[in-house]
Ligand binder design. Structure first.
Ligand SMILES: [Fe+2]
Length: 313
């Protein structure tokens, strides 16, 4: 029953060569044969693909593709989505085939965030081999990782994912990102029917111009995360948050800006939960240590009013 895991992501780009370099040389994912419709496909495990990169006019996170157990569950979800007033666009057999799926429909949540729900999985007939020697990515029943979106109509959007799609609440905090006197911001970390702490999450706020906040991939060890961090610096990719450890899912990792404008979180040692027995938490902090965000660094480096006066004097 319900959604099993994040299966894949779909990204539109006017810079496919930049995405190719980012994914293969830096992240260490494997380029697969292009899809029948010409989209570039990349693997991180045995699944046919995990990244579907579609050439287009803009930089845009099109959709998170979530795996549903079987056709009956997929049909039931489509009915619930329609009853909730959201669009359902069924893929043709050919389109579903490009996702490695038996059947698929596209929809969006009340904030307009893109989703594809599908049943049936297709594996590649060759083993995963990273072009730069990454040993493997942590996937299996926990899926590809997670996607974090943003929603100005936060409560309505979270309710859609929980009550219509069937994601369940893992951690439902409010964070004071701007100090104890600043406005607090709601977050929702939701799990699917697997042990990953969250397969989808939402922050309260406007949808970013890239269409997503970040996606997350998990590596087997801190050594692999450290080596990825070194590659980020060597290739000159922009660090969005420094190395750190999250309170809620215990992931140790860092954030880097993708060519699409949203971030990629690369981490390890993520908490595995029992999805059936989990009791919702409400943590009060994002990180145990680290995770200095680029915007925090920028604020810190802003000249003080006194410095401004000195400069203009
Ligand atoms: Fe994350």
């Amino acid at each position: 029953m319900g959604i099993k895991a994040l299966g894949y992501v779909v990204i539109e780009t006017a810079k496919p060569a930049e995405w190719d370099r980012f994914l293969t040389d830096f992240v260490g994912v494997m380029r697969a044969a292009d899809a029948a419709d010409g989209a570039a496909q990349y693997r991180i495990d045995e699944r046919l693909f995990r990244f579907r990169i579609v050439p287009g006019a803009r930089e845009w996170f099109v959709a998170g593709g979530y795996h549903v157990g079987n056709r009956a569950d997929l049909d039931m979800l489509a009915s619930k989505v329609i009853a909730a007033g959201r669009p359902v666009t069924w893929a043709s057999a050919e389109q579903a085939g490009t996702r490695g799926a038996e059947a698929m429909f596209a929809t969006s949540d009340p904030a307009g965030n893109g989703l594809e729900l599908y049943c049936g999985e297709a594996d590649s007939d060759s083993p995963f081999v990273s072009p730069i020697g990454v040993p493997h990515f942590v996937t299996g029943v926990m899926g590809m990782g997670h996607v974090v979106f943003s929603a100005p109509n936060f409560d309505e959007t979270v309710a859609f994912h929980r009550d219509v799609l069937g994601f369940r609440e893992t951690d439902m905090p409010r964070f004071n990102l701007f100090g104890p006197d600043g406005p607090s911001m709601g977050f929702a970390f939701l799990h699917a029917d697997n042990g990953r702490h969250h397969s989808i999450a939402f922050g309260e706020g406007p949808v970013p111009p890239s269409g997503a906040v970040h996606i997350m991939l998990e590596l087997p060890s801190l050594i692999d995360v450290g080596m990825a961090h070194d590659r980020m610096k060597r290739f000159g990719y922009v660090e969005s948050a420094t190395l750190g450890r999250h309170v809620n899912d215990q992931t140790t990792g860092f954030y880097v800006q993708t060519p699409g404008g949203f971030d990629l979180e690369i981490g390890c040692d993520s908490l595995i939960i029992d999805p059936a027995a989990w009791v919702t938490t409400r943590h009060e902090a994002i990180s145990v240590w680290g995770h200095e965000w680029a915007w925090q660094k920028a604020l810190k480096n802003q000249p003080t009013p006194t410095q401004n006066q000195e400069q203009s004097a």
